[in-house]
Design a protein around this ligand. Structure first.
Ligand code: NCD
Length: 303
């Protein structure tokens, strides 16, 4: 297990998922094996357990997939998906909300617009916190399911050419995924409009950076596309930026390309590509359910 420190105290991922930095390859192997086992099993190891879904930002997939995962494992969910209807609107702090909810539950799944929110929650909570997206920071459970999708679709991760395309500046799924990918022997290529390129801390020597897909599509194994995260822009600049994968890109691409997207898409992948067997984005959703089942069992199913 990789050691992640918060205020000089190590936080293992079983106690709180804050960042993908907490995972070593052996942990990932363990989670993937458990995900595969749970995807075919009929056991209910979380009977009597519950989680709170505490979402300060919109979500369709992440909150419903944690919900579905928990239900399939026999547990229950307290959904607070619309904090606008909670005491947050009365001015309650995140810390007080966490300290209240922990009395009712075994873990809290938290999505928040503040990049520091997960650590703030972890520092007051006595139950595990799972980061379901901290602003433009990270989205570790999405990255694990993205990696699992690659693993399931291609049978392994080493040796692949992975092209990440879109809003690499604000896309938290990319920030987490790129760190996981660097634990493997993969070539990373980055495609983005110049204003949306990958921030320096995530860049490595040897990455290829381009402003379009043209020169990279032919030998790409995994094409991972994201939308412009317009809610992270201070101004209206984002409205003018658009890009998309085209039918002719797909005609040039490998027969065993895997086309991925964390969703929602807003035009980056036209619906006419949905029937292409290489389009994996809805299978990715399914893999996500299994990975989140595995995380929940590993974190709260062990006593
Ligand atoms: C992503 C997110 O919230 O960061 N969505 C998701 O969890 N699948 C991607 C996005 O919103 O573009």
């Amino acid at each position: 297990m990789d050691i992640y420190y918060m205020n000089n105290v190590s936080v293992p991922w079983h106690r709180a998922v804050i960042t993908v930095d907490q995972f070593a390859r052996a942990d990932i192997d363990e989670i993937f094996a458990l995900a595969a086992r749970l995807s075919v099993g009929r056991t209910m190891p979380l009977t009597g357990k519950s989680i709170v879904n505490l979402f300060y930002e919109p979500s369709t997939r992440t909150s419903s997939s944690f919900h579905a995962a928990m239900s399939r494992l026999g547990g229950s969910v307290i959904p607070i998906n619309e904090v606008n209807y909670s005491s947050v609107t009365k001015g309650e702090t995140l810390e007080d909300t966490i300290r209240t909810l922990e009395s009712y539950t075994d873990a809290i799944v938290l999505r928040h617009y503040d990049e520091g929110a997960t650590e703030r929650a972890v520092s007051v909570a006595s139950v595990p916190i799972i980061n379901a997206g901290n602003g433009a920071g990270e989205h570790p459970t999405q990255a694990l399911l993205d990696l699992y999708t690659i693993f399931k679709e291609r049978g392994g991760i080493d040796g692949l050419n992975v092209t990440l395309m879109g809003d690499l500046k604000h896309g938290r799924t990319v920030h987490s995924l790129i760190k996981l990918l660097r634990m493997y022997d993969v070539k990373i290529r980055l495609v983005s409009p110049p204003e949306l390129c990958l921030p320096k801390p995530y860049l490595c020597k040897g990455d290829t950076e381009r402003i379009n897909l043209e020169s990279l599509i032919d030998d790409t194994d995994i094409l991972y596309v994201t939308r412009v995260q317009k809610e992270r822009f201070a101004d209206e600049l984002a409205i003018d930026i658009s890009y998309s994968v085209t039918r002719s890109d797909m005609d040039r691409a490998k027969e065993n390309l895997v086309l991925m997207h964390p969703l929602p898409r807003v035009g980056e992948i036209p619906t006419e590509l949905d029937n292409d067997p290489r389009s994996a984005y809805f299978r990715q959703v399914r893999y996500g359910l299994h990975v989140r089942m595995a995380l929940l069992v590993a974190m709260i199913g062990r006593d």
